[in-house]
Design a protein around this ligand. Structure first.
Ligand SMILES: Nc1ncnc2c1ncn2[C@@H]1O[C@H](COP(=O)(O)OP(=O)(O)OP(=O)(O)O)[C@@H](O)[C@H]1O
Ligand SMILES: [Mg+2]
Length: 227
């Protein structure tokens, strides 16, 4: 069993030591295998986004560790952690977070451009075709439907060939049909490139598509089921 990501005693308390203190994530030990599709479910406020942000090196834990391969994420300095994030992790958010004044193509290649690397055109073509957005490349995000925008956001998340794709309610703004299309494309594309997907959702139908289920209740990772 090869691990993409692991947490050891990972915990987060917001506003520690104040009357507003929230223990958003209790000490958590999780292992994520390479190439598998995980769903994280739980009520609003249960700690799902907190967990996802910590896994993605976007936040700092109060306690514990996150390991990506053989790197202890929060031991790295800011620059190395940012580089690890750009190269190893792709994010997909509920609000697609595309740059409106840039073309679809520019939005997709942005992470590679920011890293000063050359675009792998062959891989770019595969991603674009697999997400069925070739006809959109020269348009601007405003000219796209929500489902198309989210597929562009997924392409952007995948363009750096990340090992890990983190998605926080990626179909939350889409109707059921488009949500399914986007989810199918995300899953099949990630499988094709052996990427580990960790997807936060309220939706039990979506969660049932995952290979592993992680349930969070009030900051406790209360169950991990094999589906
Ligand atoms: N920056 C913050 N400062 C203080 N408290 C926070 C902060 N972010 C989140 N919280 C609190 O931490 C808890 C977990 O929040 P989190 O965003 O992880 O929940 P969630 O499961 O993603 O919820 P939702 O399904 O509504 O997105 C909540 O009680 C929330 O109010
Ligand atoms: Mg959330």
């Amino acid at each position: 069993m090869k691990l993409a990501l692991e947490t050891k005693g990972l915990a987060k308390t917001y506003l520690a030591g104040t009357p507003q203190e929230v223990q958003a994530l209790k000490p958590t030990n999780l292992q994520f295998e390479v190439g598998k599709f995980y769903a994280v479910i739980g009520k609003s406020g249960s700690g799902k986004s907190t967990l996802l942000h910590l896994l993605g090196a976007l936040d700092t834990p109060t306690a514990g560790e996150v390991w990506i391969g053989d790197e202890n994420v929060y031991e790295l300095n800011d620059r190395d952690r940012a580089r690890l994030r750009r190269r190893r992790i792709g994010f997909v958010f509920q609000a697609y977070n595309l740059l409106m004044e840039h073309s679809v193509r520019e939005n997709i290649t942005l992470p590679v451009d920011l890293d000063g690397r050359d675009l792998d055109e062959e891989y770019f073509d595969k991603i674009v075709d697999s997400l069925d957005i070739r006809d959109q490349l020269h348009k601007y995000p405003m000219q796209l439907s929500g489902g198309e925008q989210q597929r562009v956001a997924i392409a952007r998340a995948l363009i750096s060939r990340p090992n890990i794709v983190l998605a926080d309610e990626p179909t939350g703004n889409l109707d059921t049909k488009n949500g399914e299309i986007v989810l199918d494309l995300l899953i099949s594309t990630a499988k094709a490139f052996n990427q580990t997907v960790i997807l936060v959702t309220h939706d039990l139908d979506i969660a049932s598509r995952a290979e592993r289920l992680i349930v969070i209740d009030n900051g406790f990772v209360s169950a991990e089921h094999q589906l």
